[in-house]
Design a protein around this ligand. Structure first.
Ligand SMILES: N[C@@H](CCC(=O)N[C@@H](CS)C(=O)NCC(=O)O)C(=O)O
Length: 217
């Protein structure tokens, strides 16, 4: 039995998408980011920092999406270059890059969506994080020019690590500035496994707007 602890629209999409790509069947247990349940002892026994995702598999619980993605590819011996393969370093770089970018998205989510009252927000920090996100998007765009996937050898689990980022990036950045990322996002989202994951995982619970403008200072 494999059980994924999940919030629709969150980083658990990375794992849900990879499970679909690997043809692994998992039970889903849904949680909420806002009702305090992620701080409960039951959930903290699965993920000590109280973060989504956690995956119950092979008699234990694994936390951290990057660790889960890496573990599943090694367990199945698919969708990742093995140690010793010249692309192994690229694979490790991109799965960790995805998390660097996701952390900035998360900071912007907190400012734009979760932090209330609005007067508690720092517009200076929102501007800074938008610029920091743009740096990562420019790097990603440059890397993806002329490519269909992060690794030159083709689709891999590193692409699944982008599974939360590609839906969230353009809530804060203009699509027109990053054409290679937009083409990549559209191609990834058109994959049958991505669509199955989306259908199973449920509607995004984080965003209520297509785009979040920076407030005036
Ligand atoms: N590095 C962790 C980050 C996990 C994370 O922050 N997940 C978010 C959802 S996308 C979460 O659980 N947020 C709840 C909180 O910050 O309290 C991972 O990749 O699994």
């Amino acid at each position: 039995m494999i059980r994924l602890h999940h919030v629709p629209g969150s980083r658990s999409m990375r794992v849900l998408w990879l499970l679909e790509e690997l043809g692994l069947t998992a039970e889903l247990q849904n949680w909420s980011l806002v009702d305090g349940s992620l701080r409960s002892p039951d959930f903290r026994a699965l993920s000590p920092a109280g973060r989504i995702p956690a995956l119950e598999v092979d008699g234990r619980s694994i936390f951290e999406s990057g660790a889960i993605v890496q573990y599943l590819t090694e367990r199945e011996n698919r969708l990742a270059p093995l140690p010793g393969d010249p692309e192994r370093i690229d694979f490790l770089e991109w799965i960790n890059f995805a998390e660097t970018q996701a952390n900035i998205i998360q900071a912007l989510n907190i400012h734009h969506i979760f932090l209330r009252p609005e007067t508690a927000r720092s517009v200076a920090l929102m501007k800074l994080d938008t610029k920091r996100l743009a740096v990562t998007a420019r790097a990603l765009n440059a890397h993806l020019e002329g490519k269909k996937s992060l690794l030159s050898s083709g689709f891999s689990a590193a692409d699944c690590m982008m599974g939360f980022n590609i839906e969230a990036l353009f809530r804060f950045l203009s699509e027109g500035d990053y054409p290679a990322v937009v083409a990549y996002r559209d191609a990834m989202m058109a994959r049958p496994a991505y669509q199955r994951a989306l259908a199973r995982g449920g509607e995004d619970e984080i965003y209520t707007r297509d785009f979040y403008e920076l407030p005036d200072a």
